[in-house]
Ligand binder design. Sequence first.
Ligand SMILES: CC(=O)SCCNC(=O)CCNC(=O)[C@H](O)C(C)(C)COP(=O)(O)OP(=O)(O)OC[C@H]1O[C@@H](n2cnc3c(N)ncnc32)[C@H](O)[C@@H]1OP(=O)(O)O
Ligand SMILES: O=C([O-])CC(=O)C(=O)O
Length: 379
Amino acid sequence: MEKKPVEKALTGAGLRGQVAGETALCTVGKSGSGLTYRGYDISELAEKAAFEEVSWLLQYGSLPTAKQLAEYNARLKSMRGLPQALKTVLQQIPASAHPMDVMRTGCSMLGNLEQEADFSQQDHAIERMLAVFPSIICYWYRFSHDGVEIETETDDETIGGHFLHMLTGEQPSELHAQVMSASLILYAEHEFNASTFTARVSASTLTDIHSAVTGAIGTLRGPLHGGANEAAMEMIEQWSSPDEAEREIMGRLQRKDKIMGFGHAIYRTNDPRSAIIQQWSKLLAEQVGDTTLFPVSERVDQVMWREKKLFPNADFYHASAYHFMGIPTKLFTPIFVMSRVTGWTAHIKEQRANNRIIRPSAEYTGPDSADWIAIEDRG
Ligand SMILES: CC(=O)SCCNC(=O)CCNC(=O)[C@H](O)C(C)(C)COP(=O)(O)OP(=O)(O)OC[C@H]1O[C@@H](n2cnc3c(N)ncnc32)[C@H](O)[C@@H]1OP(=O)(O)O
Ligand SMILES: O=C([O-])CC(=O)C(=O)O
C-alpha cells in the first residue's frame, strides 16, 4: 500500500514550521522522515551503538574512544547512589503519585542537595542526573509499592540493565538489556520538541541546570508528548482481538477522539523510530508467546493509516515492547526521562554556549483600550 503524507501546513499555531533557534545536535524530518544525532542516522545508532556511546556523543560532541567510554561508564556506575535526604523525600511520596511527579521532585531535590554552583560544573551535574535518575524512580517505586528499600549502587554495566535490575531484583536477560539500550537511544534526542524547548527557554535565563531539567520533565509528562506511551498502553490492553481493536478505533475516530501514539508535529509520513521499536516488540512478543497485544497493535496501526493516513510515532510500539519486558505501565514515561535527559542537557549546554534570552513576541488579540470601572459600579 502506498503511503500518502498527512496534509496539513507546517505553519500557524503551535509555532509550527518557525525556526526558533540553532542547533548542531539533531535533525528531525529533514528529508520528510529522517532523524540524525550530530549527523549519525538513528537506525545506525540503534543498531550499532550502546546508549552510553550516544549519551557521550550528545554531551561531548563526538563518538567516544574505547578509553573515554570505559572511563565514562565507570564514572556513571560510581554515581548511582542516592543521598539520604533524597531517599527521605522519596519515602514520603505515596504509591498513588504519578511517577513523572516523582521524577520532577527527585530532580528538584537533587538540585537542592547538589547545587550547580557555576556552569563549570555542568558536565558533572549532567553525568550525575544520567546515573541517578533510574535510581530515583526505582527506589521510590519499590519502596512505595513493595515496601522494599532497594540498593541502587548495582554493578550493572549499562544504564538500561541497571534500571531493569533494580525494578525486578534480577539480572536482566541479554535481550532485555539490548532492547533497553535501543529504546534509550531512540528516545534520547529530538530537536526542538516541547520538553527540550522548555529546557532551552529555561536555560536562556542562565538558571541552574536542575531547574531547566525539572521544567522539561513536567513538560514531557503530558499525554500529547511523552505521556502518550502510557496512554497507548492503557488503550491497547483493553482489547482482546484485532477485530475488537478495529471496531473500537473506528468508533473513537468517529467521535473525533485522539488516538495516543499516532501522528507527529514534524514527521509527515512516518516516524523513523517506530519501525525500530516495532521490530523489537515483535521479537519480545514471540519470546513471551503473545498472541494478542502485538496483533492488536499492528491492526490499530493499519486502521489508523487506512482511515486517517496517521502513522505510529515513537511512543506506540514502545508500549507493547515495555509491557513484554514486564515494566509497569506507569513507569513508561520515566524511562523516557532517563533517556531524554541526555538531549535536554546537550541543548542546555548549547544554549549556554551562545546565549540570548529567549523572549518572543505575541500577537495581541485583546481590546484596544478599556476605561476603568470603579468596583461599586461593576455588574
Ligand atoms: C515522543 C512524542 O512526543 S511523539 C507525540 C506523542 N503524542 C501522541 O501520540 C498524542 C497523539 N497525537 C497528537 O495529539 C498529535 O498528532 C501531535 C500532538 C503529536 C501533533 O499534533 P499536530 O502537529 O497538531 O498534528 P497535525 O497538525 O499533524 O494534525 C493533523 C490532523 O490530524 C489529527 N490528528 C493528529 N493526531 C491524531 C491522533 N493521534 N488521533 C486522531 N487524530 C489525530 C488532528 O486532529 C488534525 O486534524 P484536523 O486537521 O481535523 O484538526
Ligand atoms: O518532536 C516532537 O515534537 C515530539 C517527539 O517525537 C519527541 O520529543 O521525541
